[in-house]
Write a protein that binds this ligand. Structure first.
Ligand SMILES: Nc1ncnc2c1ncn2[C@@H]1O[C@H](COP(=O)(O)OP(=O)(O)O)[C@@H](O)[C@H]1O
Ligand SMILES: [Mg+2]
Length: 360
């Protein structure tokens, strides 16, 4: 990283820390992010008239159910799971795009959804502090805008920087902080590669000096060779600016690279939540094991990998009991009947009857 980049990021971080010291609680510091029993249900019923004529019931889709987790300042929680497990829905709830059906999300001690609902200055301040990076850097950047307008827009909207010269100066610093050049600000998105576009998205997300970044598959659309560069930029920014990340990925190798804690989601529920090293060295939940068995071994033992077996069931008609039981090699009658609770084993939490009973 160039000296200029370091310099720009250092200025950003000193500005941040001046106005947002973590609120001191009693005893242990409270985590920056705390989600408790978060749930999001979508009403996917056919229109009323069809329901009446065809005598169809209302249909509810439980996209996220009872998600509880916290993230310390400066740390990364990764959420993994196959497509349709509810990862993006968690992300959208955290940035205020969806109101949760149940549960709460506290950010730096305050009820975030109460603030989003209140609107006005309170909601705006919170939106400055929580930003999102999306998967597709092609779709998330306006193709008709120059990079300068794209990156400056959040600052204009939030009124955090005013005056043309100051905005330009700040856009230049942000571009440097993601490894682009200030001269790039006059270009349009189509003049960049996928990896560079994602850097522009990151610069834009950083424009309001957020503390918490929700990253939904930020590198999944990129070539493997570029993924590592973008991930390293994100890690450096985290270190330099004390950023907190929720990092969503279906790629466990990426998760291994970036996370401190990992939450494994299956059909809307978190089934295992563990520090990264515990999860990768001793995965407990059979679903976690299935996902890990499917990736090429980090230290290749020549052992054949086992592709992920079966597929995620229809969320409109989820299996009874533990929703993973039809795919689970350890399932018994209790698993088919009774929904497992999340239980704590040291610093690992798992929702699995077989683990609870010591069968695996
Ligand atoms: N706006 C929506 N309306 C109805 N169903 C939705 C909506 N968004 C997501 N879902 C459903 O919720 C479930 C979880 O989706 P999502 O959070 O996108 O999962 P993931 O990101 O893990 O692939 C899926 O079954 C999906 O079809
Ligand atoms: Mg998704």
């Amino acid at each position: 990283m160039s000296a200029a980049t370091m310099d720009a990021s250092a200025r950003v971080s000193s500005a941040r820390h001046a106005d947002s010291l973590p609120s001191a609680g009693q005893g242990a510091p409270q985590p920056l992010v705390r989600a408790e029993g978060l749930a999001k249900t979508f009403d996917v019923s056919p229109p009323l008239l069809n329901r009446l004529l065809e005598r169809k019931p209302r249909q509810l889709l439980h996209a996220v159910d009872d998600a509880t987790f916290s993230i310390e300042k400066g740390q990364t929680l990764a959420l993994v799971g196959e497509s349709g497990c509810g990862k993006s829905t968690v992300a959208r709830v955290l940035v205020g795009l969806y109101e949760p059906t149940r549960g709460s999300f506290h950010f730096d001690g305050q009820d975030a959804h109460a603030a989003f609902r209140a609107g006005g200055a309170r909601a705006r301040k919170l939106r400055e502090r929580i930003q999102m990076i999306f998967q597709d850097p092609y779709a998330s950047l306006n193709p008709r805008w120059r990079v300068s307008e794209i990156v400056a827009e959040p600052m204009r909207e939030h009124g955090t920087v005013s005056g043309k010269a100051a905005l330009e100066q700040r856009v230049g610093e942000l571009l440097l902080s993601v490894g682009l050049a200030p001269a790039d600000m006059t270009k349009y998105p189509h003049q960049f590669s996928g990896g560079q576009r994602q850097r522009i998205s990151i610069a834009r997300a950083l424009a309001t000096q957020p503390e918490f970044l929700v990253c939904d598959e930020p590198t999944s659309a990129l070539d493997v060779s570029v993924q590592a560069q973008v991930l390293n930029i994100m890690k450096n920014l985290q270190r330099e600016q004390g950023l907190t990340y929720l990092f969503i990925s279906h790629n466990l190798a990426v998760v291994h690279h970036v996370s401190d804690q990992v939450g494994v989601m299956y059909l809307g529920r978190i089934v295992e939540l563990a520090p990264k090293h515990a999860l990768f060295s001793t995965p407990r939940h059979p679903y976690t094991r299935m996902l890990l068995d499917a990736i090429p071994k980090m230290r290749d033992t020549g052992q054949a990998r086992t592709p992920v077996q079966g597929e995620v069931p229809n969320p409109l008609n989820p299996p009874s009991g533990c929703t993973f039981h039809p795919r689970c090699p350890h399932a018994n009658a209790r698993c088919a009947a009774e929904r497992p609770q999340m239980l704590r084993y040291g610093d690992v939490q798992v929702a699995c009857h077989a683990v609870e009973e010591g069968r695996i």
